[in-house]
Design a protein around this ligand. Structure first.
Ligand SMILES: [Zn+2]
Length: 110
């Protein structure tokens, strides 16, 4: 266990062990707690946490389900450090960084 983990004892550290895209563009993650998650492409795009999609000062979402096209798909994914990944979407949006913690939070919502 690293120093950061000791500083956040209340947060269980769960990380992906496998990550891939389904034929329908859904993101599938297997977590090291043994659970599998599947995130539909449009659903995940509509929950992009970046500053273009969520107003920083108010936390209000400005790009969500109503603004995202049904056929949006991930074009590519890049891991960001050890804590997150960035998704390039087919609508040209690529500033969204999805941390593992955020995806874990979405797991319980989705
Ligand atoms: Zn965004």
């Amino acid at each position: 266990m690293g120093l950061l983990d000791k500083l956040k004892p209340q947060a269980p550290v769960i990380r992906p062990t496998d990550l891939n895209l389904g034929d329908d563009g859904s993101l599938r993650i297997r977590w090291d707690d043994g659970k599998d998650s599947s995130y539909a492409a449009k659903w995940l795009r509509a929950r992009c946490p970046c500053a273009e999609c969520v107003e920083e000062w108010s936390g209000k979402r400005v790009v969500g389900d109503a603004q995202v096209k049904d056929d949006v798909r991930p074009r590519g994914m890049h891991q960001v450090g050890r804590y997150a990944m960035q998704i390039d979407w087919s609508d040209g949006h690529s500033t969204g960084i999805y941390s593992w913690d955020y995806l874990l939070k979405l797991r319980s919502e989705g």
